[in-house]
Design a protein around this ligand. Structure first.
Ligand code: DX5
Ligand code: ZN
Length: 229
């Protein structure tokens, strides 16, 4: 299973998004777009019009992470616009199955996110509806927060759950992922890594993406969950 890196533009310069996307285009698998509505999280970022514009300016597939109150209403619009992945929060969705199916029907991959304080076990029955499970490693809302090690046991349980079902579901981590923490995430079972401030606060964002990938690949090669496959 290949390691995938998804730089988050939350830490990029919002006035120069096209350029900032280009800075990581050659070395990244995805571009992570954090949609925040000031209700589900105490921060406001961008929405569908900006995603539509960004789609015209990057060749990277967009990984839209919706931190919004009413994903059942809004998620499908991002898929219809051309986002390659749309992730909704388990805490916000009232009809997750209907919404995840609508995302897939619109041609995108469907993701489900859980906050650090939300158990992952209730997601087990939803695995057939999912392409990716996102385990937040900070409480969502802001870039640059400290990685929460307490999520690592949950990540191990999520990996075991996905393996037990033989499900082709990616496990993403988001929040505080950096050269200091990425190996722990890979070792615990993550295969898709979001990094915001670690990438965009650096002088050379592409170089950091490469370094993160290398570290994650090495840690995965030694991880018991990956060797058991
Ligand atoms: C936080 C967002 C993240 C954010 C991560 O709520 O979902 O995607 O950009 O930023 P860092 O990597 O700086 O923690
Ligand atoms: Zn995110």
């Amino acid at each position: 299973m290949a390691v995938q890196i998804s730089p988050s533009i939350l830490s990029a310069d919002f006035a120069r998004l096209a350029e900032e996307a280009r800075a990581v285009e050659a070395v990244s698998d995805w571009l992570h777009v954090d949609v925040m509505d000031n209700h589900f999280v105490p921060n406001l970022t961008l929405g569908l019009p900006v995603v539509e514009s960004l789609l015209k300016h990057t060749t990277l597939p967009l990984d839209c992470h919706l931190m919004i109150d009413d994903p059942d209403q809004h998620a499908v619009g991002y898929a219809e616009a051309g986002a390659a992945n749309v992730t909704i929060h388990a805490e916000a969705a009232r009809a997750p199955v209907r919404t995840l199916r609508a995302i897939r029907a619109a041609g995108a991959r469907a993701g489900l996110a859980v906050n650090p304080g939300t158990p992952v076990e209730p997601c087990e029955d939803l695995l057939p509806e999912l392409d990716m499970l996102l385990l937040m490693t900070v409480d969502p809302g802001f870039g640059g927060q400290k990685f929460l090690d307490i999520v690592l046991p949950k990540l191990r349980r999520a990996r075991a759950m996905v393996s037990a079902h033989g499900a082709d579901v990616w496990l993403q981590v988001d929040g505080g992922v950096s050269e200091e923490t990425i190996e722990r995430c890979a070792d615990a079972g993550a295969d898709v890594f979001v990094a915001g401030s670690a990438v965009y606060d650096a002088d050379d964002p592409a170089q950091v993406v490469n370094a993160l990938r290398e570290q994650a690949q090495l840690a995965t090669a030694h991880a018991s969950w990956a060797r058991a496959r």
